[in-house]
Design a protein around this ligand. Sequence first.
Ligand SMILES: *Cc1c(COP(=O)(O)O)cnc(C)c1O
Length: 396
Amino acid sequence: MPPAMPLPSTLAPQKPAAPFLPFTRPTIDDATVAGVAEVLRSGWISSGPQVKAFEAKLSEYFGGRPVRAFNSGTCTMEIALRIAGIKSGDEVITTPLTWVATSNVVLEIGARPVFVDIDPVTRLIDLGQVERAITPRTRAIIPVDLSGLPVDRDRLYAIAQRHKLRVVEDAAQSFGSTWKGRKIGALGDFVSFSFHANKNITTTEGGCLVLNDEREAKLAEQYRLQGVVRTGHDGMEVELVGGKYNLTDVAARIGLGQLPHLEEFTAKRHELARAYFEEFSRPSVAALGVGLPVANFTDTNWHMFQVMLPEARLSLKRAAVMEALHKEGIGSGVHYPAIHLFKLYRAMGWKDGDFPHAEYAGRNILTLPLFPAMSRADVSRVVQALASILESHRIP
Ligand SMILES: *Cc1c(COP(=O)(O)O)cnc(C)c1O
């Protein structure tokens, strides 16, 4: 029999294209949209009553600790370092596997970031190496809860106390995470959160800083707005150089609409993360050698589900994998390239080979879609697409 003639492409049955699945997407309910409209109509759209209300709710969430809101997570870390009195010549220890804001704020205040490698299993700063990197100039540590998985707070604060160091927790990704049953932000020294659109709770852009006492909170307010202190109706004084970092009421209203959903968002993220583990444990998928995150279902908020591509067993690089996923209608992300290999940082002396685990992750880590509005079927689709791409580019 002659082979069947292929149908002309216009007659071929078209499989309906699934809608593009981004790696993340915020969930904003109608009540929040209506609330924002109300703020816009109220006549007060910059910092005012909504910011105050948002800060009060956040403080309640963090067990009554003082909290101030800002227009980014980045500036909260810079301000925490300033409040701690860290300055030119001081050293601040952090991880090279994070958003570059974490170390840029150290440079911004004129201090020197000191990187130490990550633990290849948790992908978080290796606390054993932190201790070895401490010098007489070390003043602070900035740990990062990458993907929401908390850095070991017991060990972290034992080191900080032993060496009299301040801690600025970069908890940008860990809103809703816990440590031994306590909320991240409810314990520790300075704790910085981001409300950027991709984070578990958003204000479009924004952030907050959890502080230790009212003196620090007052300084945070000064650094937030031109160093200004107001008293009475007409009193104004300036004692230090502040920036312009205030959150708007429009943004704060979004945050107020997000907070009541936190538990439900986190629960959904856990469910999807469990689905990922299930899909990756199928024998044919498991055989591909993809590195999985720590299967933690107690402490983390599952901000991201990040896998490690098996570099040595693949004939294509991460960019090509991402491209192929994109062709299948699936978004993915890189969080993050290793910071010390950026030009700015290489110019300060760092080089290839300094932090092998962070560099391996920097080349191979891949963030797969995970957000509350996703379905179980989306997870299967992502893993099947990834598995088939890796399968067809496998080095035997
Ligand atoms: C998002 C993020 C930041 C910065 O937050 P912005 O609000 O964008 O300034 C800092 N560190 C980490 C780890 C982040 O994920």
